[in-house]
Design a protein around this ligand. Structure first.
Ligand SMILES: [Mn+2]
Length: 317
């Protein structure tokens, strides 16, 4: 299955890091490609979807920073994902901030019932009226599951883009107090959810594997994998907007990607929130390239695998 890189350098969902600057996540696709991501993955080039300009203004209709522009961008990104998805390729969308999940979810929503594996240090279930910054990145899962202003949730006539029951939240280590009680109830009751702590109390691979199997078999046609760089441990991934202590190791992330891909249901992946401007030595960028290259290695191919008996195996599709 060919991997196709598609650049989605939208920073519209984050607030300014300083009054005279835009969020640096817009440089992530360029930096990851410079670090050899395409070569490491054997990936094809799927091009670039240019976001609307960053004006730093809160949209009156939605109360969300760049609210209308983010919905417009979701349409453009979903359109651009049409060709690789129809061809059966595996799109790897390089964000950008987490609000790009709306375009990815829309692309799959147009093609049937799809789930969302939401791997993120945060649950991204904020409400615009409950924050002062009104930045959509922290609301991305709320919007994708139909919670929020109409313009942000009903995109191209689809509401919700993903049913809450078709979401598997994994790896979060954020505090309940950030979220509205009603949205927490959606996360706790309607969504499948496994926090990093809960997974580690059992055994992270076994706990995730069980949830993954139940999720992949719940009646969905496939799922999108949302991977926020901030799910990773702060000691290896400081180049993100909303840092938190601790997090997943690079090895755990590789095993997670492998488990998701080997389910046979993962239709594509988005990497969000890597900010090269917070990564002066590029160590964080290199970690991400390594994780993606190792985690998606089963998609590379065809390669002549060798099984335990030393006999040639089947090419990996
Ligand atoms: Mn996020």
């Amino acid at each position: 299955m060919p991997i196709v890189l598609l650049d989605a350098p939208s920073n519209l969902g984050l607030m300014r890091p300083a009054s005279d600057r835009e969020p640096g996540v817009r440089f992530a696709p360029w930096q990851l490609r410079r670090l050899g991501l395409a070569e490491r993955l054997g990936a094809l080039d799927g091009g670039h979807v240019e976001p609307p300009p960053y004006d730093g203004l809160r949209d009156l209709a939605t109360g969300v920073l760049h609210g209308a522009a983010i919905s417009r961008y979701a349409l453009a990104l979903a359109d651009a994902l049409g060709l690789p998805l129809e061809r059966g390729d595996f799109p790897l969308v390089l964000g950008g901030d987490c609000s790009i999940v709306l375009g990815c979810a829309l692309a799959l929503r147009r093609r049937g019932r799809h789930g969302l594996l939401f791997v993120d240090g945060h649950r991204d279930l904020l409400r615009p009226e409950a924050t002062t910054h009104a930045a959509a990145a922290g609301m991305s899962l709320a919007f994708a599951t139909g919670h929020g202003p109409n313009l942000s949730t009903r995109i191209d006539g689809h509401l919700p883009l993903v049913a809450p029951a078709d979401v598997l939240l994994f790896g979060h280590r954020d505090a309940d107090r950030w979220y509205d009680a009603s949205l927490l109830a959606v996360a706790n009751d309607a969504m499948r959810s496994l926090s990093l702590d809960a997974a580690r109390r059992i055994d992270i691979d076994r706990a995730f594997g069980q949830r993954m199997a139940a999720f992949a078999g719940c009646g969905i046609d496939g799922f999108w994998l949302h991977f926020d760089a901030d799910v990773l441990d702060d000691r290896v991934m400081a180049a993100v907007d909303a840092r938190q202590p601790e997090g997943m190791t690079a090895d755990e992330a590789v095993r997670l990607l492998r488990a998701a891909v080997s389910s046979g249901r993962c239709r594509g992946l988005q990497l969000s929130n890597y900010d090269p401007e917070r990564d002066p030595g590029l160590a964080c960028g290199r970690v991400l390239v390594d994780i993606l290259a190792e985690g998606l290695d089963a998609l590379r191919g065809p390669v002549a695998a060798v099984d335990g008996d030393g006999a040639p195996g089947e090419p990996v599709e």
